[in-house]
Ligand binder design. Structure first.
Ligand SMILES: [Zn+2]
Length: 167
């Protein structure tokens, strides 16, 4: 009886460690990323199969592979060389990281208020382009986001509300 309890306890510990590794792998590798495609050296929006990474991490060695890419389906059978770059710096190319960095280093073009405290979530960053059109970053295809952020200015929530009420 004691033997069964020890085996069950050990199995529970091993399973617990595996699930923890899987959960950590899922949180690390989920989300859309924008990086330079190693093949054509142009921006591409890439999403890894986070569930696949998590399940393989539970079973042993995590295996990462591309689930979707803005260059697909034309380049569906590429060698997925971008995966190595993602494994080397999992957070760097995340859309959330790119937006957070943009907010951190910019101020509202209307009132000058810093955007460092703006959260990517309920209060979405807004952009204004050279034609004075205001739009949300979600309207931009992810692979175009870095270029769009370079050519636009941010507008804070307060200015956006006051501007849209006077137009
Ligand atoms: Zn403002």
């Amino acid at each position: 009886m004691v033997m069964y309890l020890v085996v069950a306890l050990l199995a529970g510990v091993v399973l617990g460690f595996g699930l923890r590794r899987g959960g950590r792998a899922f949180r690390t590798f989920r989300g859309m990323r924008v990086l330079t495609c190693p093949e054509n050296r142009k921006p591409a929006a890439v999403e890894l199969g986070a569930w696949h990474v998590a399940l393989t991490a539970i079973l042993g060695r995590p295996v990462a592979q591309v689930r979707d890419c803005s260059r697909w389906p034309e380049r569906r059978h590429c060698d997925q060389a971008c995966v190595r770059e993602i494994l080397g710096a999992p957070k760097a190319a995340l859309v959330q990281t790119i937006l957070a960095s943009w907010c951190h280093y910019n101020a509202c073009v209307c009132c000058g208020a810093p955007l460092a405290t703006m959260h990517v979530g309920p209060h979405q960053p807004h952009l204004i382009n050279r034609e004075f059109r205001i739009f949300e970053w979600k309207e931009v295809p992810p692979q175009d986001l870095p270029q769009t952020l370079r050519s636009c200015e941010p507008v804070c929530e307060t200015c956006l509300v006051s501007e849209t009420h006077t137009w």
